[in-house]
Design a protein around this ligand. Structure first.
Ligand code: ATR
Length: 278
């Protein structure tokens, strides 16, 4: 390989053709002068292992990992970061000469978007997470570490919320319940939609009474049009109703930092994606 050949990175997922990660990482690379390229790897679950190994064998330096592979790649990793271990999921693989490192930048991406881009205070507030799947797993610990008074995980299947409550109880005050049993007498500073219901065009029975005039409604999903959850938040008088574009850019920036040791400026990239963060 020529000395000035770009270092290869990419995102592996299924489906992944809609991913904005190549655009984001190209903008980061341009901005910081890093000589790298970023590819899309559309790979079904049964080909995951061989595709990752081949990417590495042919000189690949790192991969972002997205749905549905975030849990499965854990077994390909030699060294798991603490934040990936607590999430039980990996979204960033780094191929060192002698080992594969696995990290998870989703949680820090959400916290940076909330605190730095959106100016939300999380300490001493009540936080409500709707959903108890893979997306929730990645954000509970970083949210608890931001010091809320209470974090409630509500889910259609209560046993899954309870499982996460038990897992993350060492990091703060956390409760689990069904949508019906959410304590709507509390003021929630933040309500996060971590269900996949919106993607399927379904609208779960979210508790309208939990939304107050100071609540930020944050959807981990994002699209060109406001998601059903964002519309629901706005209709119920939330102070702010936002989609997860900022989290997407911030988690990408953290992955970029893990790989290159350079922290890109996220603001112009968020702007260039032509989405407003408020
Ligand atoms: P992800 O990795 O995106 O979190 P997941 O692990 O399949 O995906 O989890 C999907 C989450 O969305 C779960 O909390 C699921 O609720 P259940 O645990 O009860 O299945 C939630 N979800 C999906 N469709 C839903 C719907 N129509 N109403 C309520 N919750 C829904």
């Amino acid at each position: 390989m020529a000395a000035d050949a770009p270092d290869r990175y990419g995102v592996i997922g299924y489906p992944v053709s809609h991913s904005r990660s190549p655009v984001i990482h190209r903008l980061f690379a341009l901005q910081t002068g890093q000589n790298m390229q970023y590819e899309l790897l559309q790979v079904p679950p049964e080909k995951l292992v061989s595709a990752v190994l081949q990417f590495r064998r042919t000189g690949g330096r790192g991969l972002n990992v997205t749905v549905p592979h975030k849990t499965a790649v854990v077994e390909l990793v030699d060294e798991l970061s603490e934040r990936a271990a607590s999430a039980g999921a990996v979204n960033t693989l780094t191929f060192a000469p002698d080992m594969v490192r696995g990290d998870n930048t989703d949680g820090v991406g959400l916290i940076r978007d909330l605190q730095q881009n959106l100016g939300q205070r999380l300490a001493n507030t009540n936080i409500l997470i709707l959903g108890a799947g893979g997306a929730t797993r990645g954000i509970v610990r970083p949210l608890l570490e931001s010091g809320p008074s209470l974090l409630t995980i509500a889910n259609r299947t209560v046993s899954k919320a309870e499982e996460l409550r038990a897992r993350f109880a060492p990091w703060g005050r956390v409760t689990a319940c069904s949508f019906d049993d959410i304590d709507t007498s509390l003021d929630y500073g933040l309500i996060v939609n971590a269900t996949s219901a919106g993607l399927k065009g379904e609208t779960p029975p979210y508790p309208a009474a939990a939304v107050g005039p100071t609540t930020c409604c944050y959807d981990l999903s994002y699209g060109l049009q406001p998601t059903p959850f964002c519309l629901w938040g706005a209709a119920n008088g939330a102070a702010l109703s936002v989609m997860g574009w900022g989290m997407l850019v911030e988690q990408a920036a953290e992955s970029f930092y893990v790989w290159r040791g350079v922290r890109p400026d996220t603001a112009p990239v968020l702007k260039q994606l032509s989405v407003s963060a408020s």
